[in-house]
Design a protein around this ligand. Structure first.
Ligand code: CS2
Length: 491
C-alpha cells in the first residue's frame, strides 16, 4: 500500500499528520523549484500555518513545480502529493506526513504554464528555491545577459528560467489589472529578495519592457529572507525508514532533515499563511545579520568540509567532522574567519559556532560532500570571498579560506583528470580549461583561478602573496597524505 489520502487514517499513532483534510486545499502559493529543501522547509511551515488557522488556512495550499525532475512530480501526484518528513536527531528519527502541497507539476510539461498560474487571482505568494545558480548573476548581483539560459529565455515564448517565468507572470498580472503576488526568494543568495527583484527588472529591461519594469518597481514586493535547514539527498535508507515508521506504507519520495529550522522573513505586506506557527519562523525588519551569519558561517564552512573532506577521503559532513584535525580547522574557520562582518556579540558568535558544530556532527544526517561541492564557482563570492577580503583588509590572516580555495582548485583539477568528486558547475568548461592549461604547475593554477574575477571578485589585497599561499596549500593537498597534512595544519 502507498501513502495517499485514503491511507492517512491508518497511520501509526506516533506519526504526525496534517490536522486538516488535504483534499480540501486550494492554491494560494505557487512554488518554483520543488526539491528536498522546499519540502523540508516552506511546505512544513505552511502545514503548521494551515493547522493553526483551521478552515481559513485551506486557501494556502501550494502548487509546487519541479524545474528539473519530472519523476518527483509524478511520484508526488501518485501519492496525492503527500510525503514523509523524517526528522533525524542524533538519537533517532521521527516521521511526519506533510500535506500542504495541493498540486505537483513539472514545469516542462505543464499545459497551463507557470506564468499563467502566477497570474491567477488566488495566487497571493510565489516562493522560490532554485539555488544560487538559478539566478544567473554577475558578481555585482545583476542578471547576466550572457548566460545561455537567459539568452534563450529572452527570446522564448515559454520561459524556463525563474527570472523569465516571474517576468512573464507579472506581465500577465499587469495586463489583467490584478494585484501582484508577493515574490519570496528562499535561496541562499545575499539579499535574496532585492537581488531577485533586480534580475526581474533587468530581464524586463532587456526585453524592452520598460513600462513593465516600472510597474514591477512600484507594485511588487520581494522581501528578503534567510532560510536554514539541512536536508540531504533522499537515500534508499530514507525510503526504508519511512516505510517502517509509516507501519508498512510505501513512500517513494520521503525527505530527511535535521531538527533545526529557521526562516527569517523581512517586511511582508499582504495576505499570507501564519508561518510563525512553526517554531523558528520570524518576521523581522532587517534580515541582513541573520543572512550574513548563515551564508558565511554555515554555508561557507560547509564548502570547507565538503572540498577538504573529499580530498581526505571523508565523503559526508559528519565523517569530516569526526576527523579531529578537520573539525578543529573548521571551528577556527567559522569562529575566527567566517564571522567577519557579522554584527553579533562575541558570545552570540560563540553560541552560533557551537550550534553549527553540533549540527554538522549529527550522525543521522548523511550529507554528501559531493552535493555541497556543486556549483562552487557560484557560491564562492558571497560565502567565502566576502569574509576573506574583510579579514585581509583588516590585516587578519585567512588560512581557512586559503585552504578552502586550494581544495576547490584541487577538486577541479582531479575532476579534469577524471578522478575525485564529480563536479557540476555552470563554469565547468572554463574551470577545466584552466586546469588543463596549468596541469602540474600549482602556482600557475592558483594564479589562473584567482584571476577569474567573476568567481573571486577583484584582486585581493596583497594579491601575489595570496596566490602564493593558495599555491603552497594546493601543493600539499596534491601529495598523497592529505589527512597527515591536515593534522599538521591543525596542530
Ligand atoms: C549547503 C546548503 O549545499 C550547500 O550549499 O551549504 O544546502 C545548506 O545545507 C543549507 O543552506 C542549510 O540551510
Amino acid at each position: 500500500m502507498f501513502l495517499n489520502h485514503a491511507a492517512l487514517s491508518c497511520l501509526p499513532d506516533p506519526v504526525r499528520r496534517p490536522a486538516f483534510d488535504p483534499a480540501m486545499l486550494s492554491t494560494g502559493i505557487v512554488h518554483l523549484g520543488c526539491g528536498n529543501f522546499h519540502r523540508a522547509h516552506q511546505a512544513v511551515a505552511t502545514q503548521a500555518a494551515i493547522n493553526a488557522e483551521g478552515e481559513t488556512g485551506l486557501k494556502w495550499g501550494i502548487t509546487a513545480a519541479t524545474m528539473r525532475r519530472p519523476g518527483l512530480a509524478r511520484h508526488l501526484r501518485a501519492q496525492d502529493n503527500l510525503y514523509t518528513l523524517l526528522t533525524r536527531k542524533p538519537q533517532g528519527s521521527s516521521a511526519s506526513v506533510i500535506g500542504s502541497i495541493h498540486e505537483s507539476i513539472f514545469a516542462g510539461d505543464d499545459a497551463l504554464g507557470l506564468p499563467e498560474r502566477m497570474a491567477m487571482p488566488q495566487t497571493r505568494i510565489v516562493t522560490l528555491t532554485v539555488t544560487a545558480s538559478g539566478y544567473h548573476l554577475t558578481p555585482a548581483g545583476r542578471l547576466n545577459p550572457q548566460a545561455d539560459a537567459i539568452r534563450a529565455d529572452l527570446a522564448a515564448t515559454r520561459p524556463r528560467t525563474a527570472v523569465g517565468i516571474l517576468t512573464a507572470g507579472l506581465a500577465r498580472v499587469r495586463e489583467r489589472g490584478g494585484a501582484p503576488p508577493v515574490i519570496l526568494s528562499c535561496d541562499n543568495v545575499t539579499e535574496n529578495g532585492a537581488t531577485l527583484r533586480q534580475t526581474v527588472l533587468d530581464f524586463a529591461a532587456l526585453q524592452g519592457q520598460d513600462a513593465l519594469a516600472e510597474w514591477i518597481e512600484r507594485n511588487v514586493q520581494f522581501p528578503n529572507t534567510m532560510v536554514d535547514r539541512i536536508a540531504p539527498t533522499t537515500t534508499a535508507q530514507d525510503r526504508a525508514d519511512a516505510k517502517h515508521l509509516l507501519g508498512g506504507l510505501e513512500d517513494k519520495v520521503p525527505v530527511s532533515a535535521e531538527p533545526w529550522f529557521q526562516w527569517i522573513i523581512g517586511p511582508f505586506d499582504g495576505p499570507r499563511p501564519m508561518w510563525e506557527a512553526h517554531a523558528g519562523t520570524r518576521f523581522v525588519s532587517d534580515v541582513s545579520v541573520f543572512e550574513r551569519a548563515k551564508l558565511q558561517m554555515l554555508n561557507g564552512s560547509h564548502m570547507l568540509l565538503g572540498y577538504v573532506g573529499a580530498l581526505a577521503g571523508l565523503d559526508t559532513v559528519a565523517a569530516a567532522m569526526n576527523d579531529p584535525a578537520l573539525a578543529r580547522l573548521t571551528t577556527r574557520f567559522i569562529r575566527d574567519e567566517q564571522s567577519a562582518g557579522v554584527a553579533l556579540s562575541p558570545d552570540e558568535l560563540d553560541t552560533y559556532t557551537q550550534s553549527l558544530m553540533e549540527r554538522f556532527r549529527n550522525p543521522s544526517i548523511v550529507h554528501e560532500a559531493a552535493r555541497i561541492g556543486r556549483n562552487g564557482s557560484v557560491k564562492m563570492t558571497d560565502r567565502v570571498m566576502a569574509p576573506m577580503r574583510a579579514n585581509l583588509l583588516a590585516g587578519r590572516p585567512a588560512p581557512g579560506a586559503t585552504l578552502l580555495i586550494a581544495a576547490w582548485i584541487r577538486c577541479c583539477a582531479l575532476h579534469e583528470q577524471g578522478a575525485g568528486m564529480t563536479l557540476t558547475d555552470p563554469r565547468l568548461e572554463t574551470l577545466q580549461r584552466a586546469c588543463a592549461a596549468t596541469r602540474g604547475d600549482h602556482h600557475a593554477q592558483a594564479s589562473a583561478f584567482l584571476a577569474m574575477q567573476d568567481v573571486f571578485g577583484p584582486k585581493l589585497p596583497d594579491h601575489d602573496r595570496q596566490v602564493h599561499a593558495v599555491a603552497s596549500m594546493l601543493h600539499q593537498l596534491s601529495q598523497d597524505n592529505v589527512p597527515a597534512f591536515l593534522r599538521r595544519l591543525a596542530a
